[in-house]
Every structure is written in C-alpha cells, then in structure tokens.
Design a binder for this molecule. Structure first.
Ligand code: SF4
Length: 334
C-alpha cells in the first residue's frame, strides 16, 4: 500500500478523498466507492499502487485511439477498482473487485516503465482496463519515468476526476480516450453512480490544454439509444470541442449484470451517419469492418487510413499528418 494523494482529514478520524467528484468521506478502516483507497488510522492509502492486475502489449487501435501512432503497439496496464458501477462493464472482473495482492507481484513505477522501454516497437504506456483515476499515484509516477525516457503516455478513462488532479496529470499525458457514456445526467446517476457534468468538464479541460483526445460512446439498447440524445451529444462536441475530435460509436454486448441482446448493427450505422453530419471523424467499434472503419479526408474524401480489425494501413497520410492528395491538416499525433 502507498499513501494516497488528494485527501484531507475530517472529524472522528475520517478522511475525505478529493481525487474524484465523489469526494468520499471514509471512516477509519473503510474504503471509498472505488474499493481500493482505504482509511487506515486517519491516513488514506492506495492499495493498488505497484500492483498491476493486467499488463498486455495491445495495438493502439484497441484503446481505441485511431489518430495516435496508427498501427503501433502500446504496453497497456490496469489494476483493480473503479469509481463507477456500470451494470454493463466489460472489465467487471477488474473494475468491480476488491483488491487482493494474491498472485500479483509488486512492480514499482520505474520497473513498469522499464518494461515499456524494453519492449520492441513499443510506443509507451496506456493506463487502461479499469479506471486509471483510482490508481492515480501509480499512473502518475510511472508516466513520469516513461516521459523522461522519451516515450508516450495515454489514459483511457471515464473522465470522472477532480479538476486539480487532472490538471497535474495532463502534462504527463500525450493522449486521452474518454468514455462519454451518455449525454443524460439521469443515465450517469442511475447506471454508473456518477454524474455527467464533471465528465464534460474533463474533456473540455483536455482540449483546452491542447492534448490529443478521442471520445468513445457505447450505444446500449434501451438505455442510451435515443437518436435525439446522440444528436445533442455530437452537437455539443462540435460546439465545445471542435468537429475534429474523433468519436467512436461502440456496439454493446451483454456483460456483467446486463443481459439484453447486443446493439443492432443498423443502430450503430444509423448513429454514425447522424454523427457525421456534425463531426469529421466518426468510427464504429465492436462491429468488425464497416464503412466507418477507415479514416477519410474531410476536405477531399481521400482515404487516409485503412483498417481491418486491428490491422492498419496508412495509405493517404503524409508523415506530417496531411492528406497526401489535398494537403489538409488531419488532427492527431502521427
Ligand atoms: S477516488 Fe475512490 S475514494 Fe476517492 S473520491 Fe473517488 S471513489 Fe471515493
């Protein structure tokens, strides 16, 4: 265990965690909503610091990041715990479990960064699988070593993080994928246990800081598949973030507590068509190859990147990130 950042003492040996907007008030001997930050004798500790539960070399496309070093691999790391309680979580075996050190060796941040540095053809480290905010201390220290070595850091997150820790983290990160689960606060409160406004603020802060951002939106039948909601979401993105932010519309499959059938392919296709009216780069996810798998120049419709599953072929993009046909600047980190 490792003493946590961002907390303050409260009455009766309680501590108040300030890392995410839940601001859990945690009695002695208890843990916060994320289950892995615990009050011991009036001090808040992270129980997952140095204890990755999953480490894999993944294609960056799997994060998903489509405008960030296409075709490269990235060492991907997660622990246990999450500050959300999504009934449809695809990684519930990590996110909703209490931390147990059984079977998980201690890997200090410097050692983890050395794994990334020593991996042939690797871009850097992706903090992913469970919610990286809850292992903030481990992520930030590892990212510091990775950055010093000249490699890249990315965070795949639900965006439910408080302003100060986010601002301190941003200089260490090169890219973010934020999961915007719905454009309805009622959805966030009922289905995730969080709220919408802090997530919107997070993505605005990332864009304002000039960091690369992509957004994922999982479309779930009966929960967030109203086209009016999607229309509002993409209009907000276009107005507040800019139409060049890539949007991944992902197909839901039954997982954890939700067993309703997968999202119909026609819904994803229809939503992607709607989103393209406002945004330049819209992709479908979890559907195999589709007309929304590839990247096209928004100016001249030249095909820039071809994707088949996680196989990627850059066909029409210069090394500087310009369309090879018309010279348009394509947003991303290439
Ligand atoms: S990070 Fe965990 S303990 Fe801290 S406020 Fe969020 S849910 Fe609560």
């Amino acid at each position: 265990m490792h003493e946590a950042l961002y907390w303050e003492s409260a009455a009766e040996q309680k501590v108040k965690c300030l890392l995410c907007p839940h601001e859990c008030l945690i009695p002695e001997g208890r843990q916060g909503i994320c289950r892995i930050r615990k009050n011991l004798n009036g001090v808040l500790y992270s129980f997952v610091y140095g204890h990755p539960a999953a480490i894999h070399a993944d294609p960056v496309e799997k994060k998903p990041l489509y405008h960030f070093y296409p075709g490269k691999q990235i060492l991907s790391v997660g622990t246990f715990g999450c500050n959300f309680r999504c009934s449809f979580c695809q990684n519930f075996h990590l996110s909703q479990k209490e931390y147990s050190s059984f079977g998980h060796a201690f890997v200090p941040p410097e050692d983890l960064s050395q794994q990334a540095i020593g991996l042939k053809g690797n871009t850097g480290v992706a903090f992913t699988y469970n919610e990286p905010t809850v292992f903030y201390e481990y992520m930030a220290e590892t990212a510091g070593f990775v950055q010093t070595a000249g490699m890249k850091n990315v965070m795949i997150s639900n965006g439910f993080i408080s302003a100060e820790p986010l601002e301190k983290l941003i200089p260490l990160m090169d890219a973010f994928n934020i999961d915007l689960k719905s454009f309805r606060d009622s959805f966030y409160r009922k289905v995730t246990g969080g709220s919408l406004a802090p997530v919107l603020q997070t993505v605005k802060t990332i864009v304002k800081a000039g960091k690369h951002l992509e957004i994922t939106h999982l479309v779930i039948p009966g929960l967030n598949d109203d086209p009016a909601e999607l229309t509002e979401l993409v209009a907000w993105m276009a107005n507040e973030l800019g139409k060049g932010i890539p949007l991944h519309l992902s197909r839901y499959f039954p997982a954890y507590h939700l067993d309703q059938p997968p999202t119909p392919l026609e819904t994803i296709s229809h939503f992607a068509t709607l989103a393209k009216e406002k945004l330049d780069f819209v992709y479908s996810g979890n559907v195999g190859s589709s007309e929304f798998s590839d990247t096209w120049c928004p100016e001249c419709h030249n095909r820039l990147i071809v994707r088949e599953g996680y196989q990627t072929l850059v066909t029409g993009l210069t090394p500087e990130g310009r369309c090879s046909k018309c010279g348009a600047n394509i947003p991303g980190v290439w």
